[in-house]
Design a protein around this ligand. Sequence first.
Ligand SMILES: *Cc1c(COP(=O)(O)O)cnc(C)c1O
Length: 384
Amino acid sequence: MSMIAHASFDVNALTIQQTTTPGQLPPSQSLVFGQQFTDHMLTIKWHAQTGWQAPEIKPYGDLAISPAATVLHYAPTLFEGMKAYKDENGMARLFRPDMNMARMLRGASRMGFPTFNGDDLIHLIKKLVALDEHFIPADPGCSLYIRPTMIGTRASLGVGPSDEVLLFVIASPVGKYYPTGAKPVSLLASSRDVRAWPGGCGSYKFGANYAPSVQVQQQAAALGYNQILWLFGPEHEITEVGMMNCFVVKRRPDGKTELITPPLDTGLILPGVTRDSVLQLARAHADPVHPLKIAGLPQDLEVVERRICMTEIVEAVANDSLVELFGTGTAAVISSVERIGFEGSDVVVPCGQSGMGDFASAFLAEIEARQYGRVESDWSVVVA
Ligand SMILES: *Cc1c(COP(=O)(O)O)cnc(C)c1O
């Protein structure tokens, strides 16, 4: 392994080659998640001997890599998911991009990839977004999904360090996640197939975590469920909802309401930006001296990160103390759950008349107001 410090790339060395065949933003109704792309992409190469190369923005197009590239065999690959939003004044905004960078760098370290300065990558992502700004749909609920990715490109069938890495960023205009209004999801709880385990890599956005879930998801779909509720261990601990973090709202015997999400220290949970945003908003609301008060939420709210098992959910449904269950993630922001298939029967979860529970819709409104810049917040970063 090279002893060269990874340092960071030189943002001033950026070269921009503009497309000669500019495309157009398709109408919002025709957008399919992740299938249409903007005109340009950002690429930055790294080599163990020479370090980071000059960043390039160039026309979106295929990559050329060796069929022996390690990414194609042993999956050294990680990704991020973030969005740019158009505000009412037509300005592009990113939402908490520092959180995506911190998570990407954590993943890069675990993967043995080179690290970099997260602010430098945000700077370059802003350049890409500014160049392709006309691809951000301005319709309500629409955005530009941004996909930073790192892959190991060393041409070698030996399992070994990634001494050649490509960092690239592509972007895809996306429509409203639920075009016909909020739709609650049904879950099939899986205790046989496990997404993440202690000491594993489930808390990183590593490509290898996602391919094995597809067939499990297909089996759930064949049984009429939208997503998998990933469980862990003999007590059927709740971990995640498909590719979303999981929140449970319960009324306690003392009359207080509890907002529960599994803790991060088990290694079973992907540390979601939306998860963190919901927790911060809920804690601010529950804090008597904090000015933020979220309409529709009870004042005596307890916000807790703790393990929660299926027996607790089943019991709460039986004694009518389960208020809501919802998933959080950048793509849909918040999705309410309406039922969970578990051990041969369906557990029915309350989710409101509108397809979204009161907590889910309150958090969705607060988060969207910040994403689209309607509420001033240091979470929202204007693309200058
Ligand atoms: C990306 C992801 C999430 C959600 O993270 P956000 O930063 O909120 O988008 C949750 N769970 C898994 C498994 C994920 O990959």
